[in-house]
Design a protein around this ligand. Structure first.
Ligand SMILES: *[C@@H]1O[C@H](CO)[C@@H](O)[C@H](O)[C@H]1NC(C)=O
Ligand SMILES: *[C@@H]1O[C@H](CO)[C@@H](O)[C@H](O)[C@H]1NC(C)=O
Length: 355
């Protein structure tokens, strides 16, 4: 009988981290799943064990006092998967503060209240730390916040729930960067959203529900909407979530998250973002003209999005996207080279988060 040596054992996880696993495992890193209700479906746990799941996004309907145990069970199951390389699943939620908190307990102040407080910097520090404490106590390691949008008019889409820190670039840049830096000290990584910005979206212009077009000159988008991303990127923001709005001054056809002009030329090229890109909800109404969920997942991947958010509370949705991307790698409609580069970014991110 031949015993495996300790050196071989410690080498095994490193192997799984390289871009050498099966395509299913490779693709699994890229897809974030969701599920309905409090009890995770057994099929989700099976897929986690097979390595077809890269992470899970949690919504209010998934949360009760047991959430920390539920998440721990995901991570424990994942350690048995061929995808596990010593680094955990990404467990995400939206904990923006104010009225947009998926877990109870705060931050109580909305972005708007922070921006309008007597000490925005102090308030942003407190809120970022609070969000991180609440999430990490539930083993949630990634927050789809803060919002970097610069709102233009009271009552506009981002302002109606106080989701924008303010109506000027400096204030938004400082508050957002302070917020996610404080959150990072708790071990929870952040996603700046919704790139290049939803500050011009009117009250009814909700990309979750319908297509939204933001007609503004590129100079405005760069000087106002995109401006907070400079500071966030130079301060080490780990993820950027793309908007599903169409911005015709850059790309007349595709929403930003399906647009290689926005993602590759502008965000990675001009703004020099090196971290992980994540889509908004793949089932969003804004994408009604872009086919079914798996087709949207393919288009987003081709545009340069690293993580696909299958957030429809439907395990099958994530599964069909994984299968589509496996087939697309196989038939060459997704470039293996850029997909591998995205996998490396995702695995680098996972090294920074806690189980
Ligand atoms: C900030 O709050 C004060 C007091 O409630 C209010 O008068 C003011 O309009 C607010 N400013 C902004 C920019 O929201
Ligand atoms: C779940 O997702 C699959 C694949 O996108 C879809 O066919 C199905 O209709 C969805 N089910 C529900 C209940 O939304």
């Amino acid at each position: 009988m031949k015993w495996i040596t300790l050196a071989q054992l410690t080498f095994l996880p490193a192997l799984a981290q390289c871009a050498t696993g099966s395509d299913e495992v490779q693709v699994g890193y890229h897809v974030i799943f969701s599920y309905p209700g409090l009890k995770p479906p057994s099929h989700l746990l099976e897929l986690i064990e097979q390595g077809k799941v890269g992470g899970i996004i949690l919504f209010g309907e998934n949360i009760d006092d047991n959430i920390a145990d539920v998440v721990q069970n995901f991570q424990d199951t994942y350690t048995k998967s061929p995808a596990y390389g010593g680094h955990p699943l990404l467990i995400m939620t939206d904990q923006e503060g104010g009225q947009v908190n998926r877990l109870p307990g705060g931050p109580e102040l909305s972005a708007k209240e922070i921006g309008n407080s007597s000490d925005p910097n102090g308030a942003a520090t407190q809120a970022g730390k609070k969000a991180g404490d609440i999430l990490s106590s539930a083993h949630v390691n990634s927050n789809l916040a803060p919002v970097l949008g610069v709102y233009r008019q009271a009552g506009h889409f981002l302002d109606q729930y106080g989701r924008s820190f303010g109506d000027n670039v400096d204030l938004v840049s400082k508050c957002a960067t302070t917020w996610f830096t404080a959150q990072k000290s708790t071990g929870v990584v952040a996603a700046a959203k919704h790139y290049p910005g939803l500050g011009l979206a009117g009250a009814e212009e909700n990309t979750d529900i319908r297509p939204v077009t933001i007609n503004a000159p590129l100079s405005t988008l760069r000087n106002v909407d995109e401006a907070p991303y400079h500071e966030a990127i130079s301060s080490g923001i780990d993820m950027v979530m793309a908007s599903w709005a169409v911005y015709p001054s850059m790309d007349p056809k595709n929403p930003a998250g399906l647009s290689s002009a926005w993602i590759q030329e502008e965000l990675r090229g001009r703004l020099q973002f090196k971290g992980v890109t994540v889509t908004d909800a793949i089932e969003a109404g804004a994408l009604e003209d872009f086919g079914n969920d798996e087709n949207r997942g393919l288009l987003a991947t081709q545009a340069g999005m690293d993580l696909i958010l299958a957030s429809g509370r439907n395990v099958t949705q994530g599964e069909v996207i994984v299968d589509k991307l496996v087939a697309s790698l196989d038939d060459g409609s997704v470039s293996r080279e850029s997909f591998d580069a995205a996998t490396d970014r995702i695995l680098d991110l996972r090294k920074k988060v806690q189980a």
